[in-house]
Ligand binder design. Sequence first.
Ligand code: GLU
Length: 470
Amino acid sequence: MTIKTRFAPSPTGFLHVGGARTALYSWLYAKHNGGQFVLRIEDTDLERSTQEAIDAIIESMKWLKLNWDEGPYYQTKRFDRYNKLIDEMLADGRAYKCYCTKERLEKLREEQMKRGEKPCYDGHCRCSQEQHSPDEPYCVRFKNPTEGTVKFHDHIRGDVEISNRELDDLVIRRTDGTPTYNFCVVVDDYDMGITHVVRGEDHVNNTPRQINIYKALNAKVPEFAHVSMILGPDGAKLSKRHGAVSVMQYRDDGFLPEALLNYLVRLGWGHGDQELFSVQEMIDLFDLDTVSKSASAFDLNKLKWMNNHYIKTLDPEYVASHLEWHMKDQKIDYSKGPALSSIVKAYAERCSTLKEMAEQCRYVYEDFTELDEAASKKWFKANTPEVLTRCLEKFAAVSEENWKAENLHPVVESVAQEMEIGMGKVGMPLRIAVTGRGQSPGIDVTMELIGKSKCMERIERVRDMLAGAN
Ligand code: GLU
């Protein structure tokens, strides 16, 4: 049997990390088993679905590289198929027309609540002999079995069993003629040959109802895995209040897709005490049966740690392709200056996000006027003009071609020696002069990146400023 899984988001908002993790588990399960992965957009809720949300979901899936083998399918394009089946079910009695008014249903609900019962449809129209005129509005309900139980084995939650008496007759087509989620999802999973339904635990109560519909359609019931929720660090359901929740916001905040995927896979699944997994390792090792059924808490610091790991260890050219987005976002013109991959190599160690990296390397490409006040105060001393002058003299002797960290480092060293001062007393004033800041990668590497002429200009400017002030 070829394994086929799917991700079936409703486009009522952006793709949040909980949805992304469900998509990832579903995708991994297919990949692990050499199967197929389907993307289906469940847009039957016409009022709440938007094109913007569809675009955001697709953009997120592409950014995460959760590529699909089929789709995206759209439920709104399949209404004829659903309606044809509903009509067949009406014709042979697997479903029935329900003429109950909103008022009747509300009253029924109130009475049930008053008696302390769970509100459910009482089956009034299931066996009613009442006559109705053809223009009277009705919805269609599925005839749920009244006897027995529904059982299934959930790959994450274990065995689930519920009595049919607990399940009322579900509306499968609304009065306005649109089919409902619980029906469409079954028809789709059946038509698309889905073997494993991996989805959020908020759907676990729908599953027994859906299994009854599969049976009524004479369709093979797929296997199920309901993934638990992601909580905020305070134990409450993860929400905007906890910071970023949308996948694309993590891109905007400077995370690599590899880091987010690694973080999400670990949030609820593990392999011994291993924390870091390449995508290939995830594919090789992932299994639905080892996914935890308890909710997991989101920990931004751990995600940052993983992001830093991937910034440091993935191919710098690749990381640079992501850094490029942030350079553009922060309007830094990087067209003249070093390749972004050399920025990645120099800054990887010190940045946990690419947003930070773009912020930090701005001075490599752009001139500045302000110098960090605290750093200047701390490091600019009476001898600084002399330090900078000596540096300038020695740097002048280094050709553009030789303007490399390994040739610049000895200059800093020799000035420190000659003046009998510590390296920091040379390096720090230089750093402030060429970067405007008190922190940067090694001064030699930083100066190599900035280039000779800019360094000379900047050092001279600060030297003159300080000499003038004395
Ligand atoms: N469309 C549903 C949702 O976004 C998921 C349905 C399913 O996976 O079966 O919550």
